[in-house]
Write a protein that binds this ligand. Structure first.
Ligand code: GAR
Length: 210
């Protein structure tokens, strides 16, 4: 089946959603390895539990961002994946790295992009008095959180909402839409063309999905 690599930095609940769906036969992917820039990321345990090889690549052990990305690329490419999945991977990537995986690397970001790029998105959405908040899956480009959006899901911000309650609601949405986007890609239905995401050759913006 379809070889993929998942990059994480933390809990790995999105990784778990991908593992679960593939074990249930809903998603035909083969997670060749999980790579974390943090050795204590809980997601590494989730992978080991189901026999997926793991790598911890500590970014602090490298003298530059370029050197880290080069080692990361080598670690990934030994598995010859068809897709690289960023699932809570909290490192900014170099242009060389993002170019290398152009059109074959996805990210999930906890906001309704182009709103709230970067960190602390749930609190910022509340502070901005947004009525809605959500999550986006997008192709990774060299500009942070600015690549072509594939699919989004949203939830209402209640009057008593906290960053933590909002994060919980967004996480639940993430676990639905990320496996869906990965499924499309693994079925060769999802492509990046002229900087926009297409599903079955139709721009996502024209499908009614986005
Ligand atoms: C997710 O909410 C994901 O959207 C976010 O990190 C969390 C990882 O959770 N990603 C980013 O903020 C990327 N800039 P998980 O480790 O439980 O999957």
């Amino acid at each position: 089946s379809f070889p993929v690599i998942v990059l994480i930095s933390g809990s790995g609940s999105n990784l778990q959603a991908l593992i679960d769906q593939s074990l249930q036969g809903k998603l035909d992917i083969d997670i060749k390895a999980v790579i974390s820039n943090k050795a204590d990321a809980f997601g590494l345990e989730r992978a080991q539990k189901v026999g997926i090889p793991t790598h911890a690549l500590d970014h602090k052990a490298f003298t530059s961002r370029e050197a880290f990305d080069e080692a990361l690329q080598q670690t990934i490419d030994q598995y010859q994946p068809k897709l690289v999945i960023l699932a809570g991977f909290m490192r900014i990537l170099t242009e060389t790295f993002t170019k290398h995986y152009e059109g074959r690397m996805l990210n999930i970001h906890p906001s309704l992009l182009p709103k709230f790029k970067g960190l602390d998105t749930h609190q910022r959405a509340i502070d901005a008095k947004e009525q809605e908040h959500g999550v986006s899956v997008h192709f990774v480009s060299s500009e942070l959180d600015a690549g072509a959006v594939i699919v989004q899901a949203s939830t209402k911000i209640e009057t008593d909402e906290t960053a933590s309650s909002l994060a919980d609601k967004v996480h639940a949405l993430e676990h639905v839409i990320y496996p869906l986007a990965v499924k499309w890609f693994s079925e060769n239905r999802l492509t990046l063309k002229y900087g926009t995401a297409h599903l079955d050759d139709t721009p996502l913006s024209e499908t009614g999905i986005l």
